[in-house]
Design a protein. Structure first.
Lengths: 247, 510
């Protein structure tokens, strides 16, 4: 173990990264069509999540989007690329990205009371309500030495009794619903709820069966929607900091 | 390719109704009352493994998939005459959970089943069966209010400790019911199903491109393995371009590497050994970023496609990958040394959570869990698929069956995977990325060694459409074995044992 310390000291390596500067690589950005798009509808047919619509103009619902990239190769005009900033917002309807329409100025309308009470710190209880564990992989990565979430005063706690916010993943399965509601009731007020990932926002690929609901908003009032499948660390942290009024 | 041996047919205690060879598999059709003796014979006398057991409601038949490494893959099908058939569980204990699942999901009755309680559906009405055609896929079923009956341990000083489904760490939901006397665990019952999303029913009639995206998300950190099994089932032994096979192999091994790094770090976390834990999670993060740079997705989703691979690696990416594998190899060894050189760590992991070999065989453990208990099985070698036949690799096996053995197996598998990725890069030649695959018809099988063990997808197609899709995640086999491995250990060691298994709740519950 000492040799690891030794190497660290020798390298003088700073491991943590400034998240606000972190570039998103690959399909962690949201898909967007550019001016070449002539609304032919090929991407609508190819989208496995029915997230794309061409009514009016090209738009994508990032609350449903699986970030799979199936829309890119089918486009005859090469108009779609993963280029848009992923919006994390407090209103479900603002997750729909339209071509040539900028994101809303005011992304979060959190209760003043919560902001006053929480100040600069946030304790999160993560609840898996039927996720595939992809979101858990990414939530766990948030605590690694590279993202090091605790330096922002945000940490994951073991009990809802200690939590200010529930970070819920998954479409809310029938079998998890009672446990989710109990966890919510055990969280002291003022409490926030964040829905993380396509399943938690819209039910995703699993929503609407005999065993699942279609997202957290059906069961609880949601304050923050964090899109992605799974959401990138940058999206999560920026959403949390912005919601707390710290950016 | 001919997998099975005529000797296997000769060895059967009685001739089956009919047999045929399909895509190298031996398909036997048997009457329902002979299913039990036949499967029992294959498992006990021929060292076979019960790999899957399920019901097809449309044709009212029970399918059993048995892997016999000496001979090949045997698929038994038995059309039921009524609603029931003699249960396999009394003679083949590994069939227990499969039959409980069949009872609730499609209403089949395995007669004389020793434990006919529901498995994954909570407080569910007895007459509703999600896989039966008359059941509405989107039906909202209210809770019956009937509590689950746990196995009771009674006596003076016996304490019942309920844990979950919401745990202290960031993990998936499941309920553990411990019965303890003092600190040692006398009994553990794992109750799962909290993540049951109705995957199998959702897949029925689902278009194939949509199904692939759904299958990738059955168990997120095994996404490549599930996608690969799905593609194998759809491709039905139609040829896949060589380049695509090698790329698939690279992605599958990359997945194994990041999964195992997470497990190794997790075991250090669970004994509060912070430095190697941080080191392992930083290494894992490096691999996840590498994944994103190679395929555009940190968890490698979307890298595999039906008929080949969806993401190609250009020269720059190949160099990047090769360099990263060399660096990983160099950074990995000090991490392992710091774990294995710490007596306080070894004290926690040695002789903790022992799974004996007979138990592993009876309950049919798979993957690193089975190999850590001395059972030398690996799908990549025994039923080589894709490019694995061309690669040289060792299958690490330990005999102790404790947490340290599982850790060691995973450590050695990371080394083998690094070597396999390098070999694949050496073999990689220019060529096609995908081939056209005809619409599937009949029975398709996907058999893949996922990071957690052998993964089986059994698909039934009709006119290119999925009519029944059975997913059997390796965790489904390994959960019952963990109930045994914790016995006699103290409750504070449970998280460590659980982490050394690192089972998927989502893959198990479906």
């Amino acid at each position: 173990m000492l040799d690891i310390f030794e190497r660290r000291v020798r390298d003088k390596r700073v491991v943590t990264e400034q998240l606000t500067l972190l570039q998103q690589a690959g399909r962690t950005r949201a898909p967007m069509a550019d001016h070449h798009c002539d609304l032919c509808g090929e991407c609508v047919a190819a989208c496995p999540a029915s997230a794309i619509s061409i009514e009016g103009d090209w738009s994508v619902d990032t609350g449903k989007c699986l970030f799979c990239g199936d829309c890119v190769p089918v486009c005859p005009r090469d108009a779609i690329s993963f280029s848009a900033e992923v919006p994390a917002v407090s209103q479900r309807s603002s997750l729909v990205l339209r071509r040539n329409v900028p994101l809303p100025e005011l992304k979060f309308q959190l209760r003043e009371e919560a902001r006053k009470v929480l100040g600069r710190s946030l304790n999160i209880r993560e609840v898996d309500a039927g996720s595939c564990n992809g979101c858990e992989v990414e939530v766990n990565s948030l605590s690694n030495p590279i993202y090091d979430l605790e330096r922002f005063g945000i940490k994951f706690v073991a009990s809802p009794r200690h939590a200010d916010m529930l970070l819920v993943t998954g479409p809310v399965t029938r079998n998890m619903l009672p446990a989710l509601l109990k966890t919510y009731r055990a969280t002291p007020e003022p409490r926030l709820v964040a829905a993380m990932g396509a399943c938690a926002i819209s039910g995703g690929p699993f929503g609407g069966t005999y065993a699942t609901g279609s997202g957290v908003a059906e069961a609880l009032p949601v304050d923050i929607f964090i899109p992605g499948c799974p959401p990138h660390q940058r999206t999560v942290v920026l959403a949390l900091l912005e919601a707390l009024g710290r950016l | 390719m001919r997998y099975y041996n005529v000797e296997l047919l000769d060895s059967l205690p009685f001739p089956p109704f009919g047999y045929e060879e399909r895509n190298g598999r031996l398909h036997l059709s048997v009457p329902d009352d002979l299913l039990r003796p036949l499967v029992s014979h294959l498992v006990r006398k021929e060292e076979g493994e019960l790999s899957s057991l399920y019901h097809v409601p449309g044709e009212n038949k029970v399918m059993a998939l048995v892997l016999v490494p000496r001979h090949g893959i045997v698929v038994l099908e038995s059309v039921l005459e009524g609603e029931g058939y003699p249960s396999l569980t009394p003679e083949v204990p590994a069939a227990n959970w499969y039959e409980r699942e069949m009872m609730e999901m499609s209403g089949v009755v395995p007669l004389d089943h020793p434990d006919p309680r529901p498995l994954h559906l909570h407080e569910w009405p007895r007459r509703a069966h999600p896989l039966s055609p008359s059941f509405d896929k989107a039906a909202k079923v209210p809770f019956t209010g009937e509590p689950h009956h746990y196995r009771k341990v009674e006596g003076e000083g016996i304490l019942e400790v309920p844990v979950g489904p919401v745990h202290a760490g960031v993990i998936e939901p499941g309920h553990f019911r411990f019965s303890t006397a003092g600190e040692p665990i006398l009994n553990l019952e794992v109750r799962l199903g909290y993540v049951h999303r109705g995957v199998e029913r959702s897949l029925e009639g689902c278009p194939l491109n949509r199904a692939l995206r759904l299958v990738e998300r059955i168990s997120g950190d095994n996404g490549v393995a599930h996608a690969l099994a799905f593609c194998q089932a759809v491709e039905m032994a139609n040829p896949v371009p060589e380049r695509a096979q090698l790329l698939r192999c690279i992605y599958a091994e990359m997945e194994r590497i990041y999964d195992h790094l997470g497990d190794i770090g997790g075991m250090a976390t669970d004994v509060a050994f912070a430095v190697p834990a941080a080191e392992a999670s930083a290494l894992r993060e490096r691999m996840l970023r590498l994944n994103a740079r190679l395929t555009g997705h940190r968890l490698l989703w979307g890298a595999v496609a039906i008929g080949g691979a969806a993401r190609d690696l250009d020269q720059e990416q190949r160099d990047l990958l090769e360099g990263a594998m060399v660096e990983l190899g160099l950074a990995f060894e000090p991490l392992v040394d710091s774990l294995k050189g710490a007596p306080s760590f070894l004290d926690r992991v040695e002789t903790t959570g022992v799974l004996s070999l007979p138990m592993a065989k009876d309950l049919r453990a798979t993957g690193p869990v089975a190999r850590a208990s001395g059972w030398d099985r690996d799908t990549r070698r025994d039923f080589a698929y894709g490019a694995y036949g061309r690669l040289g690799f060792l299958v690490p096996v330990r005999r102790e069956g404790d947490v340290l053995a599982r850790l060691t197996v995973k450590v050695e598998e990371v080394r083998e995977s690094i070597s396999m990725v390098k070999q694949c890069l050496d073999h990689l030649r220019e060529g096609e990325l995908r081939s056209e695959v005809p619409a599937p018809e009949g029975f398709g099988l996907g058999l893949v060694e996922a990071p957690r063990g052998e993964l089986a997808h059994c698909a039934h197609f009709k006119e290119g459409k999925i009519v029944r899709y059975k997913v059997r995640d390796p965790s489904f086999c390994n959960w019952p074995t963990m109930e045994r491995a914790v016995l006699g250990n103290i409750v504070p060691d449970f998280p460590l044992i659980n982490k050394s298994y690192n089972l998927s709740y989502a893959g198990n519950d479906l």
